[in-house]
Design a protein around this ligand. Structure first.
Ligand SMILES: Cc1cc2nc3c(=O)[nH]c(=O)nc-3n(C[C@H](O)[C@H](O)[C@H](O)COP(=O)(O)OP(=O)(O)OC[C@H]3O[C@@H](n4cnc5c(N)ncnc54)[C@H](O)[C@@H]3O)c2cc1C
Length: 295
């Protein structure tokens, strides 16, 4: 038995929005379907009449430099993102995060648009975009708008997107400049669940021996993703030596209340892992900041 009534494959954004808004019952965009189809099947999502497949819309499949930004289309499969030399150079954290999503079959179809629109506070691709303060391009019946990813989420599985009429077109990230770098890491249960116990992404600007600027995103660190601002403040203007890292770790424990979850880990274990991941991502980004890789 089909878990939907109608499946349409528009070739343009306008056509996709038309299908969403004119469906005779609830309609939703679908990317790879690796989240949505399971949720509908398992009864965790309201029934859907029309699924609007956004993966054949050329604009959502672009992955290119646009002016001084990197554009990653919302329907680009995460496998393509992780293998893209452009993404690996300008946004290593995003390439690393996408390369860790699911297994090969999932990565062949899962999209970054779906990872973000699903709005879970530990989604790997989303956390990596958060560290870049990515701008999200959204198409709606009223036209296009741009929104910082930091203002997109309103609760677990909730966002400002109206998925009955809107679609994510893609994400804009700043191109990497001299001294800048990024890194992502996570700890995952070996099997069984789709989200990590804890993940962490960092974007850094290094000025020879000190961190000039840094963004840190940790998932899950609350009902919505947040930047670890107090931790960032401990690191800005400093060399990431043992003493600085110790203070940054203390800032994590003081400012973030990790949650215990039956499926994944206790809060105490997450606090422990946060120290391990912090050292790892800062170490990687610090080294990478002066590496001159060819695109
Ligand atoms: C076995 C397995 C392992 C997984 N492992 C991981 C993991 O390690 N890390 C992780 O983060 N996730 C994981 N996931 C979850 C999932 O694969 C990712 O979140 C994936 O990126 C979702 O993308 P999708 O294209 O499949 O989304 P879909 O399932 O197609 O859609 C998800 C949601 O986004 C909406 N949507 C999709 N595209 C758009 C768009 N362009 N604009 C607006 N709304 C849109 C849909 O309506 C739906 O609400 C796993 C899933 C499975 C089944």
């Amino acid at each position: 038995m089909n878990i939907w009534q109608k499946y349409v494959i528009p070739q343009s954004i306008e056509e996709a929005i038309y299908y969403l808004t004119s469906a005779p019952g609830p309609a939703r965009p679908i990317g790879g379907g690796t989240d949505l189809l399971l949720e509908i099947q398992q009864g965790h999502h309201q029934p859907v009449h029309t699924l609007v497949d956004v993966t054949r819309i050329p604009e959502l499949l672009r992955l290119e430099e646009v002016g001084n930004q990197l554009f990653i289309g919302a329907a680009v499969p995460v496998k393509v993102i992780t293998e893209s030399s452009l993404v690996r150079y300008h946004a290593s954290a995003v390439a690393e995060a996408c390369g860790l999503i699911g297994g090969p079959q999932v990565r062949n179809t899962a999209t970054l648009g779906g990872n973000v629109a699903h709005a879970l506070p530990a989604a790997d691709g989303m956390i990596s975009l958060f560290a870049f303060d990515a701008q999200v391009e959204i198409a709606s019946p009223a036209g296009r708008r741009f929104q910082s990813i930091q203002t997109l989420f309103t609760g677990p599985g909730q966002s400002t997107l109206d998925l009955s009429s809107e679609i994510i077109v893609g994400f804009y990230l700043p191109l990497r400049q001299s001294g800048q770098s990024s890194a992502f890491s996570r700890v995952m249960r070996p099997q069984g669940v789709a989200l990590p116990i804890l993940n962490m992404a960092v974007w850094m600007e290094r000025d020879v021996q000190v961190i000039r600027d840094i963004h840190i995103a940790i998932g899950p660190s609350g009902p919505v993703p947040l930047r670890a601002v107090l931790v960032e403040q401990e690191l800005i203007g400093k060399t990431p030596d043992l003493d600085t890292l110790k203070k940054a770790k203390e800032a994590i424990h003081q400012s973030i209340k990790f949650r215990s979850s039956a499926m994944r880990a206790s809060a105490a274990y997450r606090h422990h892992l946060s120290e391990v991941l912090l050292e790892e991502v800062i170490g990687k980004a610090w080294q990478r900041a002066f590496e001159l890789e060819a695109v």
